[in-house]
Ligand binder design. Sequence first.
Ligand code: GLU
Length: 464
Amino acid sequence: MNAAAVVTRFAPSPTGELHLGNVRTALFNLLLARRAGGRFVLRVEDTDAARTTETHVRALAEDLRWLGLDWDEGPGVGGPHGSYRQSQRQEIYSPLLTRLEAGDQAYPCFCSSAELDLSRRAQLAAGRPPRYAGTCARLDATARAERLASGTRPALRFRIPADRQLQFDDLVHGPQLVDTALIGDFLIRRDDGTPAFFFANAVDDSLMQVTQVLRGEDHLANTPRQLLVLEALGLRAPRYGHLPLLTGADGTPLSKRNGAQSVRELREAGYGALAICNQLFRLGHSCADNANLNLADMASRFEPGRLQRASAHFDPVQLRHWQGLWVRSLKPAAAQAWLAAFLPATAAPAQRAAAVTALLPNIVAAGEIVDWLPVVFGGELRWESDARAAAESAGAEFFRATAAAVTDNTELAALRAASGRQGAAFFAPLRAALTGRLHGPELAPLLRAMAPALVRERLAAWVR
Ligand code: GLU
């Protein structure tokens, strides 16, 4: 393996549905690896047993695969640094935790959550930022032995080296300088024996040879702690980059209220994976190319230097724009597959295909086709009043003539010739009678999709 290879990862905690913020993180990490011919790792951070469910783990993998964000190493794929689920890495963590404790870089902490809470509140009341007060940092061997003998199961706390100025260069935010005096000693193992986030996340990145980590800005403040853990273990740290948060168009964090939907919801509404990726590619990463790109194109255009610091707004209107471009780019077979579930199962395959050809230019989200189905397959039309007026004013003779010209393969030109009219005087009443509206799909492909009997019936209905 090439030691200089770029390795990135996506490390979700499977405690809920995959949302757009996560997907952007996954996408950017994938692109960062692909542009350099490197590897993209998926690691499931499932140490919080109470909040992790297998349903979420499965859904996560399914969502990523559907999006095309395939991982080179990880669950279901394997790789040299497994397991890729943190809940199965206890044997890897234990000796490292023991080593930190043996070297006095970590110490057992017996404080109860009630004691910690009290201390936190006292500090806040005194106007100080809450930090671990150091109660257990000073316990000697006898005091520790006593507490252990009393049956209290200790957590393990990392001892922050005093008076260090820690420097690191964030891929997005640039050089950072942190005074270790401002960081409290933090947990690396919970009292139930499971590894804490700061520890497992940092150690796994190093052991999995991750070279670059792009993640949410909420983790920027965690980075100094993680660098200290890796330093204490003599492990190589990845280069971190913290992405600005995604917000809704109103500037508040992305949520259901301002238009955010989970990947599953978007998929079920008929959004295309590439439409979602094209939109996210432009959120927090400036790209001069406004074309509808595939993942390989995005990878070649992805520039870490173009990652922005300002928060990025997700706008459903923009997603619709990318969705529209994606729909227009669909090849006939792909369009058929995309819309298959919405078409009447009883219709003949040729008619279903003709319906997709006719209706595709008029829809953006797959579900929108439902509105047009009665037009093609029969049923109650949703009449618009201006369309009714156009049909009424065309006169009975127009419809008698056009209805009589309907054959098994009616061409628009034949109807026009029969009507003796041109332009709007021909198209408007014809469209109105066939669709109940004055705007919509092109009439020639629509005529090919509709059953001749239905065309005749709709025209003849105006002969009165
Ligand atoms: N499991 C963490 C999360 O989902 C990972 C953070 C990181 O990418 O380092 O927030």
